[in-house]
Design a protein around this ligand. Structure first.
Ligand code: ATP
Length: 348
């Protein structure tokens, strides 16, 4: 196991800056997810860590050892990719044993390690099948066992679940997390699925255009975004127009809010938007907050999502677990307010 560190890493492809001054430390045994839109540099970061490509600038450390120029083979990394990438002419068992045989371990050791992992991933009965005879989920489990069997210092997972259907995705992501905890293995997981990132990570790093904007525990990232991009990308938000009152206060639906501590506001804006989570909008007493008309009601099990047209143009989404609100009908009038101490304000 290892603590890994990117120090001021950048990567240029011609004019494209795939990574820009990228700094990240992943602690020994930690599970960190890199989350961001397509093309933001997630895969580039993993490939540089794995030694598959060289950075244009910057350094890579494993514990305190500088491995920037070390070959991929010497880094002891297990990788699982989006495409199943199994050897089609080898059985599931042979695929799982591949890395161990390449390392010239004894037959007994190879058997023991693979058998143990097959057991915990439920693959034992499929061991003699070829990849084309396995489901997508089973193939990804084989790829995961192959990566773990070598007992790598670091496990890198590049969108390993994206080709799977929703139910299998959830099952396998829970398995990945359980195995990662059991083995205490330092893991970096790449995805553009925010729910996936929220559910399994110790910390999530949000990337945009080659930069790591913010990294924190999922809950903290959700509650305290430091960038509008993070607020918008990690969890749902409503963007509602506000009237600035002073450099640190805005008015939204007849109520003033302090924006001093988490705002990106600089000076007084002429027009800005408050970013408000759906669960921070609640029903209020008549005359308090703002009146609206219910446009859409979606029952989602434990919560109900309601779209409300507030005033002339604010179409907002609120979520509630209250039956009183959830039992309303489309076209009903409702008074709503923002139930938050502070707002995240974005200046145009
Ligand atoms: P996705 O979620 O779509 O896989 P990503 O966040 O993993 O995206 P990267 O694959 O790291 O993004 O790519 C980052 C940027 O670098 C992109 O603009 C991409 O086009 C560019 N890029 C990546 N590899 C190369 C390459 N070999 N040659 C030129 N440009 C590249």
């Amino acid at each position: 196991m290892a603590r890994v560190r990117f120090s001021r890493v950048s990567k240029k492809y011609g004019n494209t800056e795939a990574l820009r001054d990228f700094n990240l430390t992943v602690e020994d045994g930690e599970f960190v997810t890199l989350l961001g839109p397509s093309g933001c540099g997630k895969t580039t970061a993993l490939r540089i860590l794995a030694g598959l490509i060289q950075p244009t600038n910057g350094e890579i450390f494993f514990d305190d050892l500088n491995l920037t120029t070390e070959s991929a083979a010497k880094r002891d990394i297990g990788m699982v990719f989006q495409a199943y990438s199994l050897f089609p002419n080898l059985t599931a068992r042979e695929n799982m044993e591949f890395g161990l045989r390449a390392r010239k371990l004894s037959t007994l050791e190879v058997m023991n390690r693979v058998n143990e992992l097959m057991e915990v991933t439920g693959l034992s009965e499929h061991r003699e099948k070829y990849p084309h005879q396995l489901s997508g989920g089973q193939q990804q489990r084989v790829a995961l066992v192959r990566a773990l069997a070598i007992r790598p210092r670091v496990l890198l997972l590049d969108e390993p679940l994206s080709a799977l259907d929703a139910q299998v995705r959830v099952q396998i992501r829970e398995e990945v997390r359980r195995l990662q905890r059991e083995f205490g293995i330092t893991t970096i997981f790449v995805t553009h699925d925010q729910e996936e990132a929220m559910s399994i990570s110790d910390r999530v790093g949000i990337m945009e255009k080659g930069e790591l904007l913010q990294i924190d525990q999922p809950r903290k990232l959700y509650d305290n975004p430091e960038h509008t991009f993070v607020a918008r990308f990690f969890g749902k938000v409503n963007a509602i127009e506000v009237q600035p009152i002073s450099s640190q206060r805005v008015r939204l639906w007849n109520k003033e809010f302090d924006t001093s501590s988490n705002s990106t506001r600089r000076g007084i804006a002429t027009k800005s938007w408050a970013l408000v989570r759906p669960e921070a909008i609640v029903e209020s007493k008549e005359g308090e907050g703002a009146p609206g008309l219910i446009q859409e009601i979606s029952f989602l099990g434990p919560i109900t999502e309601i779209q409300v047209l507030v005033g002339k143009s604010d179409l907002i989404t609120m979520t509630t677990s209250s039956n009183a609100v959830a039992n309303r009908k489309i076209g009903d009038r409702i008074w709503v307010k923002v139930d938050a101490k502070e707002l995240f304000v974005e200046v145009e």
